[in-house]
Design a protein around this ligand. Structure first.
Ligand code: GLN
Length: 551
């Protein structure tokens, strides 16, 4: 029988609901349970694909091409499972289905209403995910109780306990316990109010997770227990952690997984926890003995969540090399005038991540040039690869007008162009190459050495491609196309071997990195950055000298 955990949040947004849910997922998995997760987002967009990453954070892409909320990235990294687009549902996607059904006449003349039609659609999504073989489905509800948009979701999950049976559903509510400096006290009132709000919708939480900057005392837990009507051992103190990867351990020590299992009638004696793998992750996180400076040059740097998976991937690679990675967020528009070549040369490595639109492009191209000319390890991701190609065309091939047709549709050297230039772009969501695609790597390439194989699969999210018409010119000049689609038509990886590390990929490798298994390309970048930091002669990263034993 599949069990369901619903995670709601109160008091304030950004309390770390996604990380709490992910950590719980990891703990249950460490008890040998098969876990899957999903996020219900109350906004009206059908998916986050059309949302500005500068406001909403990164769009996380799944293997099956789902454009999803960034919390799915936390889920994948914590539970170490690849999810699908079924793991993210929004109000917009629910309503578009309900309206399509109404148009088809599926409701047989009934008046279509929020209850039961919208709530049934929400429950169907949850049920379908539960039918795929998981022991536990963890469902995070985006937003905060009390939000106007959240009401149908709260109603659907309230009904779910009746449908699935009491012992099969657990409600976890996350709140904030602020410390008020003038009175020198932690305050429980916001928690009480938020639980009252949840109860007014018919849900009595089974577990209350309290975020705070200092541990919550036993007496405060007893107070919350009394006022919110949960057992004292179901009040979990989630104190700020030094690293997000500490959270599962903290929550386990507080007994979160134990109380959730008890609520779900899961016998914990039958399911002893094995946290050894995760403990290894945590000890790697904390046993760094040097710091590397990695610059991320992009246009949404004032909102680092826009590059969340990139940042985590850099960190994962750092853990593997015993290095703390300090990420310098650099606004591409400031390069090279305000952030000069001199400044960039102080970095140990550079990542130019993905992006859309023209803003900052010239700064990214300048960054690629500085990295190439000054032997700074450089990883170009999607747009970051495209600017690397444009730069090479302009300054090595001498095609001064080289560009992507995304930025100059009349360029005489369109080295990056649409798959089919004649494509009529009407539906902005419909023309992307999305999701996992295989690629074949050239046997002696840097990338093949890093991956340790010549057949790889990576996730994509872009419209434009390397223009193969120019491929021979590039290769003759030293920029090698080291990976292509299996039919050889699409260039997926480029690299320059006479450089410590100058690699670009049309894909988004950041979506597949795990804390205990850094992605090979980030691993390569950080290895080269570590070499640079040691002040040795720039290390030429040829396949012969790459140690793949740790990959
Ligand atoms: N804007 C580029 C394209 O559409 C790159 C997209 C990206 O970096 N994800 O191809």
């Amino acid at each position: 029988m599949t069990k369901f955990v619903f995670v709601t949040g109160g008091v304030s947004s950004s309390l770390g609901k996604g990380l709490t849910a992910s950590s719980l997922g990891r703990l249950l998995k460490s008890r040998g349970l098969r876990v899957t997760m999903c996020k219900l987002d109350p906004y009206i967009n059908v998916d986050p694909g059309t949302m500005n990453p500068g406001e909403h954070g990164e769009v996380f892409v799944t293997d099956d091409g789902g454009e999803t909320d960034l919390d799915l990235g936390h889920y994948e990294r914590f539970i170490d499972e690849s999810l699908t687009k079924m793991s993210n549902t929004t109000t917009g996607s629910i309503y578009s289905n309900v309206i399509a059904k109404e148009r088809r006449g599926d409701y047989l003349g009934k008046t279509v209403q929020v209850i039961p039609h919208v709530t049934d659609e929400i429950k169907d999504r949850i049920r379908r995910l539960g039918s795929l073989g998981a022991d536990v489905v963890i469902v995070e509800i985006g937003g905060t109780v009390g939000d106007i948009e959240i009401v149908p979701f709260i109603e659907a999950i309230r009904q779910y306990r009746r449908d699935a049976g009491r012992g099969n559903v657990c409600y976890v509510h996350l709140t904030l316990v602020p410390f008020l400096a003038p009175s020198g006290e932690q305050k429980t009132k916001p928690t009480q109010h938020s639980v009252t709000e949840l109860r007014s919708r018919g849900i009595q939480p089974d577990v209350i997770v309290c975020r705070s900057d200092q541990p919550i005392s036993e007496s405060l837990k007893r107070k919350i227990s009394l006022l919110c009507d949960v057992p004292a051992n179901a009040v979990i103190s989630a104190v700020d952690a030094p690293s997000i990867y500490d959270i599962p351990i903290t929550l386990h020590e507080e007994g979160l997984d134990r109380i959730v299992c008890e609520t779900l009638d899961i016998d914990i004696d039958q399911r002893p926890i094995d946290l050894a793998t995760w403990q290894r992750v945590v000890s790697r996180v904390h046993s760094t003995n040097r710091t590397l400076r990695i610059g991320v040059v992009g246009k949404y740097v004032s909102m680092p969540d826009a590059y969340l998976s990139v940042a985590e991937s850099i960190r994962h690679a750092g853990f593997a090399h015993g290095a703390k990675t300090h990420i310098e967020w650099i606004d591409a528009e400031l390069v090279p005038q305000e952030v000069t070549s001199e400044t960039l040369r102080q970095l140990d490595g550079i990542v130019v991540p993905g992006g859309f639109g023209e803003r900052g492009i010239e700064g990214m191209i300048a960054t690629a040039r500085i990295a190439r000319e000054h032997d700074i390890p450089y990883l170009g991701i999607c747009l970051g690869m495209q600017v690397m190609v444009i730069e090479y065309a302009r300054h090595v091939l001498g095609l001064s007008d080289a560009n992507s047709t995304e930025f100059n549709s009349t360029s005489s050297a369109p080295v990056i162009a649409l798959m089919a230039e004649q494509l009529e772009v009407t539906d902005m969501g419909g023309t992307m190459r999305l999701g996992a695609y295989p690629a074949m790597l050239t046997p002696d390439s840097v990338v093949a050495a890093l991956y340790g194989t010549t057949v790889v699969s990576e996730r994509h999210r872009h419209r434009y491609e390397f223009n193969s018409r120019f491929r021979e010119n590039f290769e003759a000049a030293g920029l090698v196309c080291s990976g292509t689609s299996p039919d050889g038509r699409l260039v997926e990886f480029v690299e320059q071997s006479e450089h410590p590390f100058f690699v670009g990929t049309q894909a988004h490798p950041e979506f597949k990195s795990r804390p205990d298994r850094p992605h090979p390309l980030f691993d390569g970048l950080v290895a080269a950055a570590a070499q640079r930091a040691e002040g040795r002669e720039p290390h030429i990263f040829t396949p012969e000298t790459v140690d793949t034993s740790s990959l």
